[in-house]
Design a protein around this ligand. Sequence first.
Ligand code: FAD
Ligand code: UDP
Length: 384
Amino acid sequence: MSTDAYDVLVVGAGFAGSVMAERLASQAGLRVLVIDRRPHVAGNAFDELDEHGVLVHRYGPHIFHTNAERIVGYLSRFTDWTPYEHRVRAVVDGRELPMPINRTTLNELYGLDLRTEEQVRAFLESKAEPRDRIETSEDSVVARFGWELYETFFRGYTTKQWGVDPRELGAQVCARIPVRHDEDDRYFGDRFQQMPAQGYTAMFRAMLDHPGIDVALGVEYADVRDTVEAGHVVWTGPIDELYGFRFGRLPYRSLRFETRSRPTPDDGLAQSVAVLNHPDAATPWTRVTEYRHLTGQHRHPWTTQHVEFPCAEGDPYYPVPRPENRELYRRYEELSEQEGGVTFVGRLARYQYLNMDQVVGQALATAGRLLAARPPRPRTAARA
Ligand code: FAD
Ligand code: UDP
């Protein structure tokens, strides 16, 4: 880290912070310092080779998918891509059924022979319980699939994942899971489904490799707040943390990962698809990921799996979409507007359950607005 003053201090080297830094440096010639308390860039998308040479995502499986060509175009400046379509199966009474629920799921679960989309539609309509207003995650599932499928696939998983009943959670959480009337067993329906060919971390290194950007890792904001001179701060950490939790803590859901590695002398894999979900309430974990399915390491003498145990304590991974949390967030947002001087971007700073492509889109838009409205003045120009 240089001792010079910077135009902008970016807190967090994940998608939000790295895209902001890249834009501000490359588009406006600003001098930017990016810090992260973790010893690496890439935020929660960080990937690395484990001790067996298996490429793993330290903070859980990250699959890139989007419908936004603009975002693919932007990221393609920093990475090549490898096609990958994500598939997930839910383990129900020892059977592995396609998730999202599709025609195959229904036929296998109920011993049916539904053959057309119309038949699937009619079957689901016979099960669903229409609701006037879709406010909670329970509403979202029961209105589309009915109680039985809700109990089998959603209630246990959601309660484990979020620590509250689905009727306490905003509809958008379970609405992420689509209804399928055909046999499409891909987890996502987006037009673009590809993974960064050399991994996420390599993509971030390329993004931050700009003469105007300095990166300091293993550095807390509190360590530099009083020593680094910066004309503007971009904050991508939890918004409540910046303000000393003065209105109370915003809840974030976290995860604990148990790692399982085993030799695969025949290049084989341990499970049928990249992710197996365990939706029943009795199993304490939610899903098991086997990374080689999704990273393109098809042949390798070892394989590594992550078992996910949701928990309340730990790194903040998921903002919890509930009305009272939104209210608390609004109080912090109002405070930030009164105080000024800081731009908030990303999943934690805006307290929004966003996918990677959405965070990139938000950062691109925010950088554009910041530069258009009141461009932080380049120090070099100011000194000249
Ligand atoms: P983050 O990646 O959290 O980055 C914020 C950074 O700020 C962190 O590195 C943190 O250390 C740093 N920081 C915070 N406070 C401070 C401080 N005070 N001082 C210094 N540094 C600080 N999205 C998808 O599109 N597809 C997926 O398949 C997918 N899977 C996911 C799986 C899991 C388990 C999780 C948790 C998320 C997943 N996501 C996925 C979402 C994706 O991780 C986020 O959209 C994205 O990483 C958010 O980027 P961000 O920069 O906003 O936040
Ligand atoms: N969900 C569920 N059962 C499943 C898969 C998902 O109940 O088999 C619910 C659960 O509440 C989960 C949400 O749908 O948190 C969104 O799932 P997604 O896979 O998008 O979650 P993420 O990958 O963000 O953890």
